[in-house]
Design a protein around this ligand. Structure first.
Ligand code: S3P
Length: 169
């Protein structure tokens, strides 16, 4: 299949990629797809279970494949897991796409996600983990982004409108 996503959403976990992505898909009359959901459906396990059972490297390999398949085969709105941009091949794939980076600062991230056991990367010391994650990844999100939409203090409707404006859709 040679369908191309209308828009790919990247950004840290908890920034609202899925919520905003669904709103965007509604507005655009398009389908929504999330690569985390693809992985869970294919594996029959939660993301947390995959991390615990097989480790992060195994999860990243599944994620890399899921992203490549979705980018090649989905014509609607696509949300990627927060760590998908860690992979250089994935970043190269994204350079040909319309990619929006939904950003938030560390304090907003701590507020929104709290201590969330369903997100294995945040299970201990969330503020410190967030700082390290943002420092390691911010430039990777920026590298693949055609537009950056800050989400601090904004609700999903507002963010979805800003994405449409940024993309002139
Ligand atoms: C991760 C983000 C999660 C999920 C996994 C790892 C990350 O996705 O893929 O827990 O490395 O940032 P969301 O960004 O959809 O929460």
């Amino acid at each position: 299949m040679s369908a191309v996503p209308l828009v790919v959403l990247v950004g840290p976990m908890g920034v609202g990629k899925s919520t905003v992505g669904r709103l965007l898909a509604d507005r655009l009359g398009a389908a929504f797809r999330d690569t985390d959901d693809d992985i869970v459906a294919a594996q029959g396990r939660t993301i947390a279970e995959i991390f615990v059972d097989d480790g992060e490297d195994a999860f990243r390999a599944l994620e890399k494949r899921a992203v490549a398949e979705a980018v090649a085969g989905h014509a609607g709105v696509l949300a990627l897991g927060g760590g998908a941009v860690l992979d250089a091949d994935t970043r190269a794939l994204l350079t040909a796409q319309r990619v929006v980076y939904l950003s938030m600062d560390v304090e907003e991230a701590v507020r929104r996600t709290g201590l969330n056991a369903a997100r294995p990367l945040l299970a201990v010391n969330p503020r410190q983990q967030w700082r390290a994650l943002m420092e390691a990844r911010r430039h990777l999100y920026e590298e693949v982004a055609t537009a950056v939409v800050p989400t601090d203090g904004r609700g999903p409707e507002d963010v979805a409108r800003a994405v449409l404006d940024a993309l002139e859709l």
